[in-house]
Design a protein around this ligand. Structure first.
Ligand code: OOB
Length: 549
């Protein structure tokens, strides 16, 4: 067998053998999987895209389009191992592009539509991307202008491909050509794509996933979530995120031969008519959206009776909100606690209701190894609250080209340090109790404190900054930036700090929700900034100023 084209640590041979022998790794690739489904049921509908006047692509069509686009990529010099930053909204072309890339062994880098110049520049330059794929204008934002800026700053970026009107760039529609034989197709144990880490470091890290490991997470999820060829999966969250991509997500649905329905937006006014019309059976939401849906469903204007399962994850779903799901939506709630690095936990469809509403589920695989440890990496007894470490058949062994981070994020024997603080019940279910990583979870959208701190520090009037979470009824958490101004710096308004961050070209969800000016930071015993005290201070301040209901 050839060596994987990975320059990030791969699975050690003994583990790879074990995962293959156990049947978790099936030796399939994404390109092969789509071909097989298309041969088996070419006329079955694979993707419904209501945005583009209601397109419906069958498996046969998606497969043929992926073949033609794969040939077009090759003709433009994009080939095996090349990285391609893909930043597309929930449109059918998302699947055409990624399956074309999968087929030739080029690696999609999954950017989110919310990302802006700073993030995209980093993805393109750090991965030495050969191409960047966008849609022309989405929700009033012109991605071609973003592409112009990125291209000017990243000279190595050879191609910008645009779905729709290309402007100065190349139309994706002009890339496809007659299918060709792929010279060196990827092997199952090789890399399929790079996913983004929510992260806690200055710049987002990249997560290398293989065909074998990711496909296991798909069929494993399908079995647990009851997805089969009769399922209809509504993709309401941004398609590129790991949750709607694979838990079981759009790729799980395609693996099962099911139908994927793309929602341009996740709001009930868009999603509910789609559920009714397409007889959607399963979908996934972050907690704030699940709350909105349960409230909107009470109005009862739409027939949601086809919906069997609602997956909720990405951030902690409160027990109180979880209890409302079944009465309001008439479906089974499945909590999902997952991470782009790998491990995914689900409550099971036949778990008792109490388990469903009070835990975040248990791992997909019998070979997912779970450790709950104290600050010194000592294992805790069942029920103890501590750091979650994990290793298994679909959890990475290292980030892509990041040896220093890897030394900190993985144990010597390959366990991933999730940064989550959890407890395990007697039944093996995990309850997420908190977080040790320096990250704010804004309703499922992850904000790395250090990344935002670095941007605020670039402001000429700022001497020091600490970004922390503050409690929020709707999102669970929002971001608060504590700022110490330079001596002699004139007064600075909090809106000016927010504007400064926004103008540095960051995703809007990373702009701090609140800025507090202080003379100095509280310190820990050894003189570090005490973020714990800052979190307590802002929480107390919010309690004092929020009127009691
Ligand atoms: C999902 O993936 P990421 O990579 O955006 O974020 C992972 C982190 C976890 O380490 C944890 O801190 C948090 O998000 N998280 C949850 C949670 N689900 C994720 N915290 C509490 N309760 C939950 N249910 O967010 C993701 C990936 C695949 C499936 C679902 C979510």
């Amino acid at each position: 067998m050839t060596e994987p084209t990975v320059d990030a640590p791969g699975y050690p041979a003994e583990f790879a053998e074990r995962y293959r022998a156990a049947g978790w790794w099936r030796g399939e690739t994404f390109g092969g999987m789509l071909r097989e489904r298309a041969e088996r049921h070419p006329d079955r509908v694979a993707v419904v895209d209501p945005a583009a006047g209601g397109r419906r692509w069958t498996y046969g069509e998606l497969d043929a389009r992926a073949d033609r686009l794969a040939a077009g990529f090759l003709a433009r010099g994009i080939g095996k191992g090349d990285r391609v930053v893909v930043q597309l909204p929930n449109i059918a072309e998302f699947f055409e592009v990624i399956f074309a890339l999968f087929r030739i062994g080029a690696l999609p880098v999954f950017a989110l539509p919310a990302h802006r110049e700073t993030e995209i520049r980093h993805f393109c330059s750090f991965t030495e991307a050969a191409a960047y794929v966008v849609a022309d204008v989405v929700e009033g934002y012109d991605y071609r202008v973003l592409a112009d800026k990125v291209r000017a700053e990243v000279p190595g970026l050879k191609h910008v491909l645009v779905v729709g009107e290309p402007g100065e760039h190349t139309a994706l529609a002009d890339v496809a050509t007659e299918p060709v034989t792929i010279p060196d197709p990827p092997l199952p144990h090789e890399l399929a794509f790079l996913q983004l880490s929510g992260g806690s470091t200055g710049v987002p890290k990249l997560i290398p996933r293989t065909h074998d490991d990711y496909i296991y997470s798909l069929w494993g999820s399908n079995e647990i979530c009851g997805v089969d060829e009769n399922s209809v999966y509504l993709c309401a969250l941004p398609a590129a995120h790991n949750f709607p991509l694979s838990s079981p997500g759009t790729l799980g649905a395609l693996y099962a031969g099911a139908r994927v329905v793309l929602a341009p937006r996740p709001s009930p006014d868009v999603a509910f008519p789609l559920i009714e019309r397409e007889r959607v059976t399963i979908t996934g939401l972050v907690p704030p959206l699940a709350l909105v849906w349960t409230e909107a469903a009470a109005a009862g204007d739409h027939d949601l009776s086809s919906l069997d399962v609602l997956l909720v994850g990405g951030a902690k779903f409160s027990e109180e909100a979880a209890r409302r799901v079944r009465p309001a939506l008439g479906c089974t709630l499945q909590q999902v606690f997952g991470m782009a690095e790998g491990l995914v936990n689900y409550t099971r469809l036949d778990d008792p209701e109490e388990t469903i509403v009070t835990t975040q589920g248990r791992p997909i695989s019998p070979d997912d190894e779970i450790r709950v440890v104290d600050d010194e990496d000592n294992d805790l007894p069942t029920g103890g609250t501590g750091h979650l470490l994990t290793r298994g058949p679909y959890t990475i062994r290292g980030y892509w080209r990041a040896p220093e981070h890897n030394a900190a994020s993985f144990t010597a024997d390959g366990f991933y340090r999730t940064g989550d603080v959890v407890r395990r019940t007697e039944t093996g279910h995990i309850v997420v109790e908190g977080r040790a990583k320096d990250q704010i979870n804004r309703g499922g959208e992850k904000v790395a404190a250090e990344e935002i701190e670095n941007h605020i520090l670039a402001h000429p009037a700022v001497h020091d900054v600490a970004v922390v979470s503050m409690p929020d009824d709707y999102l669970g958490e929002r971001t608060c930036a504590y700022v110490v101004l330079r001596e002699g710096a004139g007064p600075v308004k909090s809106v000016a700090v927010k504007k400064f961050v926004r103008e540095r070209g960051l995703a809007a969800f990373k702009v701090p929700d609140r800025v507090e000016f202080v003379a100095a930071f509280p310190q820990t015993g050894i003189g570090k900034v005490s973020k714990k005290d800052l979190r307590a201070a802002i929480a107390a301040q919010l309690r004092a100023t929020t009127p009691k209901p």
